[in-house]
Write a protein that binds this ligand. Sequence first.
Ligand SMILES: N[C@H](CCC[C@H](N)C(=O)O)C(=O)O
Length: 284
Amino acid sequence: MRFYKYHALGNDYIVCDPVDFPQWKNGPSVDEIRVICHRNFGVGSDGILWGPLPSEKSEFGLRIFNPDGSEAEKSGNGLRIFSRYLWDQKLAKNATFTIETPGGQVTSVIKEDGKLITVDMGSVSFVSTKIPHTGPEREVINEQITVLDRTFTYCSATIGNPHCVLPLPEVSAELAHKYGPHLETHANFPRKTNVQFLQVLDRKNIRIEIWERGAGYTLASGSSSSAAASVAHKLGLVDNDITVHMPGGTIGIEIGANYAIRMTGTVNKVAVGDMHAQLFEVKV
Ligand SMILES: N[C@H](CCC[C@H](N)C(=O)O)C(=O)O
């Protein structure tokens, strides 16, 4: 059971290719995902990338799993990592190719032999019924939400997966750890949500602290960068080309017409290894 581990700005994923896991007819089970991703009992990662899968629409298909066993519609860092895997394994014959995710088709462009990758992520929407977010259909902009001892003003967006973006004068990891879990599971979000605390530094730079749906605190997130940059732009606070600063590093976001997002960031290869059958004897 060969696996390939990469990270994107410290947001790490394990690529599991169906050719190496013939026993997984429909992908890994929740128990298998949870133990593989576990930092002590498993290989350890912020998620699993299951692919390449057959696709009728795109050149490659991909499924994305969070460490809690849930499935994500899209992952920006995950898509850069999977694109790098396809390039490294010579499965991608050209430097530009398409990938189908449950959250829509994306287009990847390999640069610097895979050390830098650009992904056209699709378009961001703020519409409640697309996120999904409860209440009447509207764009979720500057609404109020109360968790624990605090009421925040927030916006919500989707780029295939759901996001709750909270603009503040200053952000911190402590904010993400304290309020993130409660926002992630708030009743406003029927499919839960990713959470970003947003600090606008200037018209070309933002800073975010992230609490991910199904993964918790992470050092970087491509879909979070896309959503937070789009919210900042929607609020008139930034221009179209933005650098998103996160604890793990920076991602470039270009906002096009109708909030079409072009994301550019690095990928680092970590390891290639083999999972042992005893890994699956533990349930976490
Ligand atoms: N936890 C996310 C998926 C991974 C997102 C993040 N790692 C990224 O790079 O976009 C979700 O359930 O929607």
